[in-house]
Design a protein. Structure first.
Ligand SMILES: Nc1ncnc2c1ncn2[C@@H]1O[C@H](COP(=O)(O)OP(=O)(O)O)[C@@H](O)[C@H]1O
Ligand SMILES: [Mg+2]
Lengths: 274, 277
């Protein structure tokens, strides 16, 4: 693990008064509005909210892929206007974000080629990061020769190899089977502990949000905004059985569930009465 | 290879090997059926000539076969073949560079893709051969003129396929290149081009078939040196057996090149076949 680059100087990500709308005039539809969030270096934040609330839209704003309609996203105080060289993204549609004509190691090394890193060096970095996600020696496979869980590990390795200080993940485990999901959750927890990167993970799964994060940010309603924040207080230690039976886990889970149920009701109402 | 197959799930491995075996079996059957069909055609032809059903100048199959053997031993045939083939393939090469570059550039701009539809339809249906008199006047009845006509005809299928090919790049791939700040040229080479390659290679195959037809056509019409000219000379001399033998050889050649391209495509685009889910 010591061979993998460690985030030394982290970055603070701040979201101030973020609003995102689609359409104009009478058709203007606010997906997100007045959303504030501050993530210090090295924190693991999960953002949880019901499907369709605007989680992907939020993550795309945080990654600089879409410009906010109002407010802004700031990295160490500088406004983010385009994708940032120290932000790695793991997409919801991970299998499609891997290029089928490249081997795994080429896929992981590809963003480094864009950064101007020489061939031997970038392939070496890619191999080391593949090893870090448990895919050592699998670099010559193609994505379509791998299971969904392995593909997701490749996408994570790519984000790490990019030398990201901030990792953004959009429902990364939504489409893998239950056992693989637990393995991947623990992998991400380990990477966070060992590398010290900031991780912002978006999910609709309350249990997953609580299990993984130092802090759970709940977003709800339309337009979406932060309705609650919960510090889990588990520290850096996680265990799939122990942590999930911790009373604090049950309490956080119950609190978010209650909140989201009323939030879902609010969304249904706002859609029903335009 | 072995270690790779182990990685795929057994379900998929079994299915694909069964599919391969089935494909091999049906392939042999297709070859047999083709040979039977060709033999049948030749017999019918011979019978038609001997019974006088066929038009008067149609040569007998055995005469054409003899002419074939005669041709293969003649230096002027090989020179003509070289002239025709070099003109056709040079034309395709130029058409590929021009068609792929323009097609991918225009195709990756969503608004532009729709706007050029009309121009494409016009270009595709334009009878390039009609330009021949003008081009002969300007350039002369020579190899360069032939190459130009071939590339004018061959560029359209490649352009159209590249244009649609550029749209095959998924939004997931384009989000990835944007968020990882892949520079434009690298994106063009390593993402856009490979995404479009399956469609481009179909375009090139169509273009190669067209190029041989056009090259021979230009030679027939303008008496530019090449196989087309040999055909007209044979006809002029009343040697219909020779003319038919040339036609047969051109057909074989076109088929061979297309088969070769399909093979190269299968190897180059292995990910495309195996990657589909
Ligand atoms: N490009 C777009 N144009 C218009 N509406 C959009 C666009 N992208 C997302 N939306 C809308 O924004 C809402 C939130 O979508 P999304 O962020 O994908 O939700 P989530 O990821 O939480 O499921 C949805 O109602 C969706 O229809
Ligand atoms: Mg989403």
């Amino acid at each position: 693990m010591s061979e993998v680059s460690t985030a030394t100087a982290g970055r603070t990500l701040s979201v101030r008064g973020l609003g995102k709308s689609y359409g104009t005039g009478a058709d203007e539809n606010w997906i997100i509005r007045n959303l504030d969030l501050e993530v210090p270096p090295g924190e693991f934040v999960s953002i949880v909210g019901p499907s369709g609330v605007g989680k992907t839209t939020l993550l795309r704003s945080l990654s600089g892929l879409v410009p906010p309609t109002e407010g802004g996203v700031f990295i160490d105080g500088d406004e983010l206007r385009a994708p940032h060289p120290e932000i790695g993204v793991v997409f919801q549609d991970y299998s499609r974000s891997l290029l089928p004509w490249m081997t795994t190691v080429e896929n992981v090394a590809f963003p480094l080629q864009g950064k101007g890193v020489g061939k031997a060096e970038r392939l070496g970095i890619a191999e080391r990061n593949l090893a870090a996600v448990g895919l050592g020696g699998k670099g010559n496979l193609y994505a379509w020769e791998m299971s969904g869980g392995m593909q997701q590990r490749v996408a994570i390795a790519r984000a790490l190899a990019y030398d990201s200080k901030i990792l953004l993940m959009d429902e990364p485990f939504a489409s893998v089977d239950a056992q693989t999901r637990l393995d991947l959750e623990d992998l991400v927890v380990d990477l966070h502990t060992n590398l010290g990167v900031t991780i912002i993970l978006v999910t609709h799964d309350i249990d997953e949000a609580v299990y993984l994060a130092d802090r759970v940010v709940v977003i709800a309603e339309r337009p979406a905004h932060v309705v609650d924040e919960i510090h889990t207080g588990f520290g850096s230690h996680r265990d799939q059985v122990e942590t999930r039976s911790d009373p604090r886990f049950a309490e956080a889970r119950g609190r978010i569930l209650t909140l989201l149920r009323s939030g879902v009701a609010a969304i249904t109402q706002s859609v029903a009465q335009p | 290879m072995k270690s790779r197959t182990q990685q795929t799930s057994p379900e998929r491995g079994r299915r694909s090997s069964r599919r391969q075996a089935a494909a091999r079996g049906s392939k042999a059957a297709v070859v047999v059926r083709r040979i039977v069909a060709i033999a049948l055609l030749l017999v019918l032809w011979q019978v038609a000539v001997l019974t006088g059903i066929a038009p008067g100048l149609t040569p007998r199959v055995d005469r054409v076969a003899l002419a074939l053997i005669e041709i293969l031993g003649r230096a002027d045939f090989w020179l003509a073949l070289l002239q025709t083939v070099s003109a056709a393939l040079t034309g395709v090469a130029i058409a590929t560079v021009v068609g792929v570059t323009i097609g991918l550039l225009v195709g990756s701009i969503p608004a532009a893709g729709r706007a050029v539809g009309l121009i494409l339809d016009f270009g595709r249906s334009f009878p390039t051969i009609a330009l021949l008199p003008v081009l002969i006047l300007v350039i002369g009845a020579n190899w360069r003129m032939e190459v130009l006509v071939v590339s004018l005809a061959a560029v359209w299928p490649i352009l159209v396929q590249s244009l649609y090919g550029a749209q095959q790049m998924t939004s997931a791939a384009s989000e990835m290149t944007r968020s990882y700040r892949i520079p434009p040229l690298l994106k063009f080479r390593r993402v856009l081009l490979p995404s479009a390659l399956p469609m481009i290679s179909t375009g090139i195959r169509i273009a190669v078939a067209i190029s041989i037809l056009v090259a021979v056509g230009v030679e027939v019409l303008s008496q530019t040196p090449g196989l087309g000219r040999l055909i007209t000379l044979a006809q002029g001399g009343g040697r219909w057996d020779l003319a038919f033998a040339y036609l047969f050889l051109i057909g074989c050649f076109g088929w061979g090149v297309t088969a070769l391209l399909a093979r190269a495509e299968g190897r180059l685009l292995r990910w495309n076949r195996l990657g589909e889910k």
